[in-house]
Design a protein around this ligand. Structure first.
Ligand code: 5GP
Ligand code: ZN
Length: 115
């Protein structure tokens, strides 16, 4: 049986595609976005393949709590005193990679234009 992942972020999690890793633990892998939209642009990616927020289930409670609590820790590690997070969900929500991930953006000199 072929168990090779076909998903891009699963391949990064498995170490089959290189990425600029910033943090790893039992739940998540964090790496720099290949096409950064801010001076600091990280992607926080669960090790488990979850398509997006539409497919989150109760079994993911611990993972989701961990992921949220990790964000300020990562921001501080990157020297940020403020940051923005984005989770694109579904094609019409701007999602391009269908493996759940949180964008962590920061490092602007001035406040970014908000919505
Ligand atoms: P989405 O639009 O799905 O929320 O965001 C996907 C993000 O993944 C984009 O910001 C894109 O630049 C990033 N990305 C796509 N392919 C790669 C890759 O191979 N390596 C890394 N590090 N980031 C990637
Ligand atoms: Zn995946």
């Amino acid at each position: 049986m072929n168990t090779e992942p076909t998903c891009l972020f699963c391949k990064i999690v498995a170490g089959q595609i290189p990425a600029d890793l910033v943090h790893t633990d039992e739940h998540v892998v964090v790496f720099k976005d290949i096409n950064p939209k801010a001076p600091i642009h990280l992607l926080v990616v669960p090790r488990e393949h979850i398509e997006n927020l539409f497919t989150i289930e109760n079994q993911h409670d611990q993972l989701m709590a961990h992921l949220m609590k990790l964000l300020p820790i990562l921001a501080k590690k990157m020297g940020l005193d403020g940051f923005r997070t984005i989770i694109n969900t579904g094609k019409s929500g701007g999602q391009e990679v269908f493996h759940l991930h949180v964008h962590l953006l920061g490092g602007w000199n001035t406040s970014p234009q908000l919505f």
